[in-house]
Design a protein around this ligand. Structure first.
Ligand SMILES: Cc1cc2nc3c(=O)[nH]c(=O)nc-3n(C[C@H](O)[C@H](O)[C@H](O)COP(=O)(O)OP(=O)(O)OC[C@H]3O[C@@H](n4cnc5c(N)ncnc54)[C@H](O)[C@@H]3O)c2cc1C
Length: 396
């Protein structure tokens, strides 16, 4: 593995920095974009940032030019993410399903008509997408899903329930997996659909998370008619398409960039908050915890670089991606726990409580990051993948 960048990659980093130095302050000058308060403002800010990226030629960095992307390499993508995080650019998490899952799946498996219809709107941040995979009895074991799709002429009639569907209440479109042939084996007889979330027969019930916010939902489908033109891949062969989507969900990410930003925020907090009469940053135990986190953020960075090297060599994410997912998700939880230890009793203040520190963001993040070891594959599932597919250990 060689961590040195080429001259062209260094030049790319300079380009990103130059563009961010102009575009980001202009974007953040709008108060509702700098500090979006309501869910609607956060969605609008994500769309506006995506539009800014699009106008600057930075949307869909690794997407092929033929699909409107920049055609950049995965290393350049990593550099771009590092620079955005360092500069404090917004995370477009509300568009993560669109850009990270729906777009790449449609590019890989969709028809030319689907590509022409959906990809430009995804790149421009026009549509919010959600992912309708999990069901009450099908999460880690996704192939156990039961939502039915009945072929009726030119449409597929969908009836069933999805759960934990992030952003469904704001979504324009959904990538949905349904069972169209119940007599076939578990991984067969599935079909992958693109569903208009305004279709009659869809009911969305938001689920309140322990942060007090409601980003994910139960989604009920009652005889929802989906045109056959919205099938991705072949009918009954949706599992192949699902694997394409999941490969994008579990590989190629650069979480160290966000973690480094959070670590710097924590170091700043420790310099400001007192502990036993001195700044927490001078307290020996806290210093040890901070040093350990700094080392681990560096390990996350090197693990991300190692993944990128594998993808560069093989052209696709491998099972080693699970090492990074497992490590960063648990590290982010430890980081937030340390932040709350630095805060002491103030960590028990949450929401709009005015006596809190930093608008109670650390407590909110402590609660939110509990989900990191569940979504995109739980820690237990990642350990299974590492044991069986990376280490070659036998199944229990
Ligand atoms: C914040 C958040 C957002 C989400 N957004 C979406 C979304 O937009 N769309 C969507 O479709 N889903 C979404 N999910 C759902 C997520 O994909 C599932 O929660 C996840 O796959 C786990 O499934 P489950 O909740 O059904 O738990 P289960 O699979 O029932 O697991 C329960 C427990 O058993 C363990 N377990 C399960 N199987 C094994 C095994 N083989 N070996 C060892 N242990 C095992 C798990 O690790 C876990 O601890 C989201 C989840 C979260 C937390």
């Amino acid at each position: 593995m060689d961590f040195r960048l080429t001259a062209a990659e260094d030049a790319f980093r300079d380009d990103v920095r130059r563009w961010l130095a102009v575009a980001l302050p202009r974007f953040l000058a709008v108060p509702a974009q700098r500090e979006p308060r309501t869910a609607a403002e956060r969605i609008a800010a994500s769309k506006a940032w995506q539009r800014t990226l699009h106008d600057g030629g930075w949307a869909g960095i690794t997407w092929p030019r033929a699909h409107g992307g920049r055609g950049a390499s995965i290393v350049e993508h990593l550099i771009f993410n590092e620079e955005c995080a360092a500069a404090g650019a917004p995370d477009s998490i509300n568009l993560a399903v669109a850009l990270g899952l729906a777009g790449p799946t449609i590019m890989a498996c969709g028809t030319p008509q689907q590509q022409a219809r959906f990809l430009p709107r995804i790149l421009g941040g026009d549509d919010i997408w959600c992912q309708g995979f999990s069901e009450p009895n099908a999460g880690s074991d996704l192939a156990g899903l039961r939502t039915r799709g009945v072929l009726e002429g030119d449409v597929i009639a969908v009836t069933g329930q999805k759960i934990w569907t992030s952003f469904a209440q704001y979504a324009d479109w959904c990538i949905l997996v349904v069972r169209t042939d119940p007599s076939a084996g578990r991984h067969r007889g599935l079909t992958f659909l693109l569903v208009d979330m305004k279709s009659p027969g869809i009911t969305i019930r938001p689920l309140v998370e322990m942060t007090g916010e409601a980003w994910f939902n139960e989604v009920f489908f009652d005889d929802v008619k989906v045109p056959r033109a919205n099938v991705v891949g072949e009918i009954h062969k949706g599992w192949d398409v699902v694997l394409t989507t999941l490969a994008h969900e579990r590989g190629g990410s650069a979480p160290h960039a966000r973690l480094r930003r959070e670590l710097h925020g924590l170091l700043d907090l420790a310099r400001r908050r007192p502990r036993d009469g001195v700044a927490a940053a001078r307290d020996p135990r806290t210093r040890q915890d901070l040093a350990q986190l700094a080392v681990e953020v560096q390990i996350a960075k090197l693990t991300a670089y190692r993944n990128v090297t594998v993808i560069q060599r093989t052209g696709r994410p491998g099972p080693e991606g699970s090492i990074l997912k497992l490590f960063w998700s648990e590290l982010e939880q430890r980081l937030m726990e340390t932040a709350c230890a630095v805060l002491g009793p103030h960590a028990s203040l949450a929401g709009d409580e005015p006596r809190g520190v930093d608008a109670n963001v650390w407590t909110r993040e402590l609660l939110w990051t509990r989900s990191a070891t569940i979504y995109a594959g739980t820690s237990e599932v990642q350990r299974n993948i590492i044991a069986q597919r990376v280490l070659g250990l036998p199944r229990a």
